[in-house]
Design a protein around this ligand. Structure first.
Ligand SMILES: [Zn+2]
Length: 302
């Protein structure tokens, strides 16, 4: 049976409190597994205001209505209001997700900081951010995290290497075609196996080519008619599918099950792979339709 793994990125305090419980309820109703990746430190969503000055961002804001999905309060955290510490406040809620049978992992320490800066930061900066998240994860769950999914698909070479050092078994930091092992320009393996997101996110589709919240599930389901041998990874957001777009996810889960997929956590997809036989691929930063800026992408196979 073909597998479709659900990866839930949780970006904000509000998404954690309001989106995550609704997603848990919906996923259980569909008997779907999923991997919840938490933002474990301060919510500095308001600092995203910096991005207004970046090319392409305003276009995207007007398409997806950031205020509608994230809420006015979230947009003030880190600017007019201090950023709440999500992991400290919501540790019990995060543990309840694990106790409900879902895989849990690290999204980031400070989403906005990582997303806006990591691509151009050095090893020392990257280590501080990743270790903060890893320590907090251990505080909350009592064990080391086994997986990491980078905020905003933003990475640098040191971050990949640190994933191996910190003991992650696999990661989903990239966008791509199928699971792979990252290799550097010289062909040397580094980091941990990557299970990239293979499908577009809702906010990348809505607002383009006549796609809206009512029909976006049809567009996605048309992309999953053929099941790839390596399975699919779909990334959803607690702030989108967990809130205003919960109905879209409901239709997607029904559709994917009708197409014959088993809906699983990412670690279940990983468990079925023979890592020694995965393609060895470069990673690179590049553009993706519907999203502004550069993202970590699966590059060519070696
Ligand atoms: Zn995120």
């Amino acid at each position: 049976m073909s597998l479709l793994a659900l990866k839930v990125d949780v970006d904000t305090w509000r998404g954690t409190r309001e989106g995550v419980p609704r997603l848990v309820e919906l996923l259980r109703r569909h008997q779907a597994g999923a991997t919840f990746l938490f933002s474990l430190g301060p919510d500095h969503t308001g600092r995203a205001i910096r991005r207004v000055f970046r090319k392409g961002f305003l276009q995207k804001v007007s398409r997806t209505s950031v205020v509608e999905h994230y809420g006015i309060r979230s947009l003030l955290y880190g600017t007019l209001l201090p950023g709440p510490d999500i992991g400290r406040r919501e540790a019990a809620l995060m543990r309840s997700v694990r106790d409900a049978g879902f895989e849990v992992g690290i999204h980031t320490w400070d989403h906005i900081r990582w997303q806006d800066f990591v691509a151009h930061k050095d090893a020392a900066w990257t280590r501080v951010e990743m270790e903060r998240a890893a320590h907090r994860f251990r505080d909350i769950f009592g064990v080391a995290a086994a997986t990491h999914g980078a905020a905003g698909w933003q990475m640098n070479a040191d971050a990949y290497a640190l994933e191996a050092e910190l003991g992650f078994r696999y990661a989903s930091d990239t966008r791509g075609r199928e699971p792979f092992v990252p290799v550097d320009a010289g062909g040397r393996e580094f980091g941990v196996p990557q299970l990239p997101t293979t499908l577009p996110t809702l906010d990348e589709l809505i607002g383009l080519d006549g796609v809206d919240a009512e029909n976006v599930h049809e567009r996605l389901l048309s992309m999953t008619r053929e099941a790839p041998s390596g399975g699919h990874v779909y990334t959803l957001h607690a702030e989108l599918e967990g809130m205003k777009l919960l109905g879209v996810l409901d239709r997607l889960l029904t559709g994917w099950r009708a197409q014959g997929y088993r809906l699983v956590a990412v670690n279940e997809l990983f468990a079925g792979l023979d890592v020694t036989r995965l393609p060895r691929c470069h990673v690179e930063m590049g553009e993706l339709a519907g999203r502004s800026g550069l993202l970590a992408l699966q590059g060519a196979a070696r």
